[in-house]
Design a protein around this ligand. Structure first.
Ligand SMILES: [Zn+2]
Length: 97
């Protein structure tokens, strides 16, 4: 009995919603996509070569035993330049000043 009521309702809802969607979707979407496709290529060019150049510049030698890498400025300095230690590493006098 109850299922007899459900079946005709579902088919009615489906046909109505599909027709409503078809009426709203038509030309607006295709037009918007065309405009964005024309704008993007000229505005956004990814600088992939620049990134590899940066990596070559940032080759860092490991600190010697009497040196440390400052946890704040990441410069390698002599241990006499340590102001204090932090959980992330030592901080140099200049950064602590
Ligand atoms: Zn520092």
């Amino acid at each position: 009995m109850a299922t007899d009521y459900d079946a005709p309702r579902k088919t009615e809802d489906d046909s109505e919603s599909i027709e409503a969607l078809k009426e709203r979707v038509p030309d607006k979407l295709s037009g918007a996509v065309d405009v964005e496709d024309a704008d993007n290529p000229s505005g956004f060019e990814l600088p992939g070569a620049d990134l590899s150049d940066l990596e070559l510049d940032v080759v860092v030698l490991p600190p010697q035993e009497d040196e440390f890498t400052c946890a704040n400025c990441f410069l390698v300095k002599h241990r006499s330049q340590i102001d204090h230690d932090t959980p992330h590493g030592a901080v140099c006098l200049e950064c602590a000043a």
